[in-house]
Design a protein. Structure first.
Length: 511
């Protein structure tokens, strides 16, 4: 297969996905095939000196986009009622901004530690602060050293980006602006460009997603400013963490080389892997690296871990990133690689459908998965299961607890400090409450949502809304003891409730 044939097939696939996705510009297979189609056209323009791509690589690119689309089409066969299933404990509306403030406070408190780590990393260099930091981290990765001694620099940029996207999904206003400022600072201090791409792509995705049925032209108008800002930052970071003064070419040539090198270099590097497969047979598994590390920690059996950075190949300039396909190819082979890409398409489309139904968690995950789609022409961001694990913890913490956490003061007869904790709902199967409480206490409308039990935990908020039969109609040793206690209390109170002289003992027993 030639570059012309690959470009034509990818163009047809992109148009087909646009039609199948009801002209939605964020339909995952449409974006995936469009990204690879543009990369193929960019290579065909021959704007830079780069290795010739062999037919096996074009087959991998075309079949990969096709398998991703087939997986997405298969996800459309899942019944809508299954897609719209919700976990009640994570679907509560946001009632408090205290959780947002706590997340922002964590980022603010961790920022000085990140600055301290950067200063310690850059102490041995002779260049600028960020340039020395990037060189130090690269040298450590090439020598096989880990960055566990620098946890803030390792995790804070990504965590701050997640918080910014999460608060944008929550329409947090001023809290989002604070989180976005912290995220931009952390991305700059990290000296990397992928965090900027994650931030801008996630925020742009959410903004376009909120415009239901937006056209390509309207989406382009929304994305033009974020794309322009990202390009400016992408090119500006080159002068911060590198030293362009050592280059013998002009400024424009240097910027175009870096831009084309980052977009076309991985494709040429993948071509080298596919044409020299025997050189990569002994590589450790990258896809399940996180699970293998956990298994090694639990069992004590050592497991070989892949290096943090891949080896450089010359295409003819040095490149050490190999697109999405390289780790899948070395782990599962050519056909296993295509099957894995199909699974990615299916899962991403299911989450996208869930987001269309109004789920905030699904919208957050869709935004980050779109970043993985953009990164597919550069590196594999789909199989980072450690990132997925930490992201799941964040979502469980926020939507299960923090978004309903409240602290306040109540003044009645005395001042009382009160913490409002979240309430959890248990959804009961249809008919379960009717069997437990027959008669008028069960609404026999057939709606499970109307037959629910609300359990109150902590202070503040609504109490349980489940109606109960009068005490006299309930049977059992507990109810009998409660009736006797009510009768004794009522007799001690002089047959009446002290707060209401018109309330009888019989009325009290029915409470």
């Amino acid at each position: 297969m030639t570059v012309t044939a690959a470009a034509m097939i990818l163009t047809l696939l992109t148009v087909a996905n646009y039609r199948i996705g009801h002209r939605r510009v964020l339909y995952p297979p449409f974006v995936y095939s469009l990204i690879w189609c543009l990369d193929t056209y960019l290579y065909g323009l021959s704007w830079m000196d780069i290795d010739r791509i062999q037919p096996i690589t074009w087959w991998a690119v075309v079949l990969g986009a096709l398998c991703f689309s087939i997986g997405s089409w298969a996800a459309a066969l899942v019944p809508e009622r299954l897609v719209r299933l919700r976990l009640a404990e994570l679907e509560h509306p946001t009632r408090s901004s205290l959780g947002m403030k706590l997340l922002i406070l964590i980022c603010i408190l961790a920022l000085p530690f990140m600055l301290h780590e950067i200063l310690s990393l850059a102490a041995s260099g002779s260049g600028g602060l960020l340039a020395n930091t990037r060189q130090a981290t690269t040298d450590m990765a090439n020598s096989g050293e880990t960055l566990r001694a620098y946890p803030a620099s390792t995790y804070l940029p990504e965590f701050s980006v997640w918080i910014a996207i999460l608060l944008f999904v929550e329409r947090a206003g001023k809290h989002f602006k604070a989180a976005a400022a912290i995220a931009l600072t952390c991305c700059l201090l990290s000296t990397g460009r992928t965090f900027f791409l994650m931030l801008f792509s996630g925020l742009t995705y959410v903004q376009i997603f909120r415009q239901k049925g937006v056209s390509i032209r309207a989406a382009a108008r929304i994305a033009v400013i974020p794309v322009f800002l990202f390009v400016c930052i992408f090119l500006g970071v080159i002068f911060i963490d590198k030293n362009p003064s050592n280059s013998t070419v002009g400024l424009v040539s240097l910027l175009s080389f870096f831009t084309l090198g980052y977009t076309l270099g991985p494709l040429a590097a993948l071509n080298y892997v596919l044409t020299h497969p025997t050189m990569y047979l002994s590589e450790p598994n990258r896809t399940f690296e996180f699970f293998l590390k956990v298994l090694s920690f639990v069992s004590g059996i050592p497991v070989a871990s892949p290096p943090l950075l891949d080896k450089f190949v010359f295409v003819p300039f040095p490149a050490n990133v190999y697109t999405l396909y390289k780790p899948l190819f070395t782990d599962f082979g050519f056909f296993g690689m295509l099957c894995a890409v199909g699974v990615f398409g299916s899962v991403q489309t299911l989450i996208y459908r869930k987001a269309l139904g109004g789920g905030k968690i699904a919208l957050f995950l869709s935004a980050l998965l779109m970043f993985s789609t953009f990164m597919s022409i550069f590196d594999d961001a789909y199989t980072n299961f450690q990132q997925l694990f930490l992201m799941s913890l964040l979502l469980l913490l926020y939507y299960g607890f923090l978004n309903r956490l409240g602290v306040g003061l109540k003044v009645k007869s005395h001042i009382r400090f009160e913490v409002g904790l979240p309430r959890f709902r248990l959804r009961w199967p249809e008919g379960a409450l009717c069997a437990a409480y027959p008669g008028d206490t069960c609404q026999k409308s057939g709606s499970i949502s109307e037959s629910r039990l609300k359990l109150g935990v902590g202070g503040g908020g609504d109490r349980g809304t489940l109606s109960r039969p009068p005490l006299e109609q309930r049977s059992g040793p507990l109810e009998e003891a409660q009736r006797r206690e009510a009768d004794a209390s009522c007799q001690r109170g002089g047959q009446q409730d002290r707060s209401d002289p018109n309330t009888s003992c019989r009325d009290l027993r029915q409470i």
